[in-house]
Design a protein around this ligand. Structure first.
Ligand code: ZN
Length: 84
């Protein structure tokens, strides 16, 4: 089982756990891309996500774990994952 989950903040598709599971319980996983920690940086609402996302974009879309960053990575392309 190697299911991957989508980060609702930056659209990164590679989280090990669902960010918010049963009963909205946060995973406390930190997204290796945008660095959002589910349950710590905010709750499961778009309000928190978009605020964090905005700041992340303004600060230059830095990867939290730089070695996870793929070559030719494009944050705009990744953000499109969120629009489904
Ligand atoms: Zn993220």
């Amino acid at each position: 089982m190697n299911k991957k989950y989508l980060c609702p903040v930056c659209g990164f598709h590679g989280l090990k756990e669902p960010p918010y599971g049963h009963g909205n319980e946060p995973s406390y996983e930190v997204c290796p891309c945008c660095g959002f920690e589910f349950g710590f940086d905010g709750g499961n609402t778009e309000e928190y996500f978009s605020k964090f996302r905005q700041r992340w974009i303004e600060e230059g879309t830095q990867w939290f774990i730089l070695k996870s960053k793929p070559k030719n990575w494009d944050y705009k392309k990744q953000l499109r994952n969120l629009k489904k």
